[in-house]
Design a protein around this ligand. Structure first.
Ligand code: SF4
Length: 654
């Protein structure tokens, strides 16, 4: 039997319903599985937009698993969220494996690939304990961790609860790992995981690891010839971030200090260098520390109240730091590494490579002779005192084209939101795709009877000051109408805070907001509290799953255009202008449309869900580009006044 026939048999046999509770046969799911198979046999890639509720996961896992088994190839399934990876490993892949075993007597093997610093390194752990080189306030955590690692050779970061600061000192670091030469290799969870990766037909990983693997010349995970990207709408953003760099002065300070600090015995540099060279080395490293501090003060002064600052000219103020770091590397070159013991040699090679990378990245910003990059300064989100020096390639599409599209034999890109105004043109161009088929599979949900779309067409322009007051009033009315259970999506913290302050004491519903707690906590508290309201910014527009009664309304404050002051957005706009294009229509609008579709998708998660989508930004009808947004949304019943909304909302539940 060929793959098409097996897919047909799987769906015709009705066996999926014995594995998946409430499974309903959907023709589009089978159509998707056949379309992927056909494109791959035709040696073409495929883009699939599969609306919420199409059962897209089984739709791609089935052909991917069959292809792996029948064509004897390794397949990577690449997703953005941890939740989806867990679902694939613990729920969907076991179903597909059992089903294929029953129908074809095959034995599908699959494994989860995590970034290597999610595995503990027994060598580093033992070294830290033996030398006492860890913060003593973590002594209790260290004992617990040591006991767990000794007992179980398969644990990962997600199986233990220890502070990040401790984990970072004992996790696997690529440069510090001697792999098969390591004396702890038989007790190592990373080495154990790699064995499973080698044997697996299917590897599940996230977008970050996939692109880190590309940045590391495809050395981190076993080579695959087929890749399915789920949540593919995030691909370009994540690729850009992973292929770029950021320099952190605090981390650099710690690296330099680590080489000269004496803990229980001599410092690293004393162990590495002959004593005749040692004093010189200390002076060179001290100078680098001084230059690093100087650079940090200059950057802090430049940033003051700013969050980000686009660098348009070479950052020559950091040239003394670059020269000082080059001197440190020159000193390190004098180390006779082959004479060091294994632990010392690995640590030496690791620290040298960190400094080499930092020099390389810093050199790009100091000289700015590569204009295919955009450079900027940014306050570290976790530590506002730290200013990061960042760079990112601008033309990610050509990198993805070379490293992904041309490299892998078969690709599938799947998401609920890839098309803009019924075409995939924007997505295809943004990642440099060619030789590609595409298919749009509509959601099986009946949006016309399950949802009502309120467009506040008479609202003031969202850029006017009066918008805040007007929007707050509308939000209050909608929350009162639905008796809470509303998700309000903002495009900026500033607006979120203003509306929160206007509403928090005026309603009998608790508002959980991302400005005063982290996103995960806000979501948990919202779910646990009856009739609550949730205010969120960027991370809430996608990936948040609020089925059933958890969301009776999703309120969208503004069309989600990316902030024009964002350096990457600015640089992309300038690039399109330089090439003679219209950045607004070619980049800003399609990008915002995809995010709006994601926001819209938070409301209806099941065929029984009902609710309101409210768009308070009148530009969706007053501006000509608004029709592109409206043309990309599902066909909910549309209303234009609160009175109509009231009636339509009652109708929904009749
Ligand atoms: S093989 Fe690598 S990760 Fe594992 S214990 Fe040895 S050095 Fe650490």
């Amino acid at each position: 039997m060929d793959i098409h026939s097996i897919i047909q048999t799987v769906f015709a046999s009705g066996k999926l319903s014995s594995y998946i509770r409430d499974f309903e046969y959907r023709e589009i799911q089978e159509q998707m599985a056949h379309a992927i198979t056909q494109s791959w046999y035709d040696l073409r890639h495929i883009v699939i937009e599969a609306g919420t509720g199409t059962g897209k996961t089984i739709g791609y896992l089935l052909p991917a698993s069959l292809f792996a088994l029948y064509e004897d190839v390794k397949v990577a399934i690449v997703t953005e969220t941890k939740a989806l990876q867990q679902q694939l490993i613990h729920k969907d892949l076991p179903v597909v494996a059992s089903l294929l075993h029953e129908l074809t007597d095959s034995s599908l093997k699959y494994a989860l690939c995590l970034g290597s610093n999610n595995y503990p390194c027994v060598r580093r752990l033992q070294h830290a304990i033996d030398t006492g080189s860890f913060d003593k306030k973590f002594a209790g955590d260290m004992d617990t961790l040591h006991a767990r690692v000794k007992k179980d050779y398969t644990i990962t970061r997600f199986d233990v609860t220890v502070p990040d600061a401790l984990w970072n000192t004992i996790c696997r670091e690529g440069q510090l790992c001697s792999m098969n030469k390591c004396r702890y290799r038989n007790k190592c969870s990373y080495m154990e995981a790699r064995k499973q990766w080698q044997q697996a037909h299917i590897l599940v990983m996230n977008h970050y690891l996939f692109f880190s693997n590309i940045a590391a010349s495809k050395s981190l995970v076993p080579d695959c010839s087929v890749v399915v990207f789920d949540e593919a709408h995030s691909l370009e953003r994540i690729a850009s971030a992973q292929l770029g760099f950021s320099i952190n002065n605090q981390a650099l300070k710690e690296t330099l200090e680590h080489m000269i600090q004496r803990k229980k015995g001599p410092s690293l540099i004393e162990q590495w260098l002959h004593h005749s060279l040692y004093q010189d080395a200390i002076e060179v490293i001290d100078n680098a520390l001084r230059q690093n501090q100087q650079c940090r003060s200059i950057l802090t002064n430049v940033m003051k109240e700013l969050q980000t600052f686009r660098l348009r000219n070479p950052l020559q103020e950091c040239l003394p730091l670059l020269k000082a770091l080059e001197e440190v590397i020159a000193v390190l070159e004098k180390v006779e590494a082959e004479k060091l013991d294994e632990d010392n040699r690995l640590e030496y090679e690791y620290l040298k490579s960190v400094l080499l990378h930092t020099c390389n990245d810093l050199g790009m910003v100091v000289f700015m002779d590569d204009d295919s990059y955009v450079y900027w300064l940014e306050k570290d989100k976790n530590d506002h005192g730290i200013v990061l020096i960042c760079g990112q390639p601008l033309d990610v599409a050509s990198i993805i084209h070379k490293e992904v599209v041309e490299y892998y034999d078969h690709l599938a890109f799947v998401s609920a939101t890839l098309s803009v105004n019924n075409t995939f043109e924007y997505f295809i161009q943004s990642i440099g795709l060619s030789n590609v088929d595409s298919i749009m599979l509509p959601s099986p949900f009946d949006f016309a009877s399950q949802s009502v779309l309120f467009i506040d067409k008479d609202n003031v322009d969202p850029n006017e000051e009066a918008f805040i007051h007007a929007a707050a009033e509308k939000i209050k009315e909608i929350i009162t109408m639905t008796k809470g259970r509303c998700l309000v999506l903002f495009t900026s913290y500033a607006m979120l805070v203003k509306i929160y302050e206007k509403l928090c004491d005026t309603m009998p519903y608790t508002i959980f907001s991302q400005h005063n707690m982290n996103a995960a906590t806000a979501l948990q508290e919202y779910i646990a509290c009856d009739n609550a309201v949730l205010f969120g910014t960027h991370s809430f527009w996608q990936g948040v799953d609020l089925p059933g009664d958890l969301a009776r309304a999703v309120i969208i404050m503004k069309l989600p255009f990316e902030a024009p002051e964002n350096p990457v957005v600015q640089a992309k706009i300038e690039k399109i202008q330089k090439e003679g294009g219209n950045p607004f229509m070619m980049y800003q609008v399609p990008n915002a449309v995809l995010l709006l579709k994601q926001g819209f998708g938070r409301l209806i998660r099941k065929s029984t869900d009902k609710g309101i989508i409210a768009i308070l930004d009148s530009r969706i009808v007053s501006k000509s580009y608004g029709r592109i947004f409206l043309g990309s949304l599902p066909n909910s019943k549309r209303v234009y006044s609160l009175e109509e909304l009231h009636n339509a909302y009652k109708e929904l539940y009749r």
